[in-house]
Write a new protein. Structure first.
Length: 70
C-alpha cells in the first residue's frame, strides 16, 4: 500500500494519494469542478493548469465554492 501525501485544504489537514491532479483532488473532496476557485500555496491556480498540476506534499490550498442565488 502506497502511503498518502499530506496537504492542507482550507485550514484542515488531509491525506491524499500521490499523483493526484487538481481535478482529482476536487473529486475526492466532493466539490464541483465548475464552481470553485483555487489558491495553491498563496497563488491563484488558473483552471487551465488543473490537469497538469500534481498535488505535492505540503501543498496548502484555499478552495472557494461559488454559490449562485438571488
Amino acid at each position: 500500500m502506497t502511503p498518502g501525501i499530506h496537504i492542507v485544504v482550507n485550514g484542515e489537514a488531509h491525506e491524499v494519494p500521490p499523483g493526484l491532479d487538481i481535478t482529482g483532488l476536487l473529486s475526492r473532496l466532493g466539490l464541483p469542478v465548475d464552481r470553485v476557485a483555487i489558491e495553491r500555496n498563496l497563488e491563484i491556480l488558473p483552471r487551465s493548469q488543473w490537469l497538469s498540476t500534481i498535488v505535492q506534499t505540503g501543498d496548502r490550498f484555499e478552495i472557494v465554492h461559488l454559490v449562485g442565488g438571488g
